[in-house]
Design a protein around this ligand. Sequence first.
Ligand code: CO
Length: 134
Amino acid sequence: MIGRLNHVAIAVPDLDAAAAQYRSALGATVGAPQDEPDHGVTVIFIELPNTKIELLYPLGEDSPIQRFLDKNPACGIHHICYEVDDILAARDHLQSTGARVLGSGEPKIGAHGKPVLFLHPKDFNGCLVELEQV
Ligand code: CO
C-alpha cells in the first residue's frame, strides 16, 4: 500500500542555523521557510535526489513541535512520511488493522498542498508516521 518515502522530518530549535548547516556543510538545496498554521509549524524543505528532509520549527501557541522539543531538547527525527495513492482507503484499511489515526481522523492539507494524516507512534514502533496522498 505505501509507496515512496516522501520525507523525513526533523524538529529543530533554530531553523536558520539548521538550514544554514544543510546548505553550507552538507551542500543541499534548501527551500524557503513556510508557515503552516493548521499544523503549528514553520517548515523548510530540503530537496535530496531521492527524498526530502523537512525541518520543523514551532509556530504559535500549543505547537506540537514545541511539546516535542520540550521532551527532546536534543531534537531528533519527528516523523517519516510515506506516499499513498488513496489516503481514505489507506486510513480505512489501517483502522481495520487496529492502527490509530491522530486528530479527527480526517485528512488535513499538508505542506505540499496535498492531504495528509498522522498515525499514532505507539502503533508503529515508536515512530510517528505521516501518510501523504500523491
Ligand atoms: Co511531514
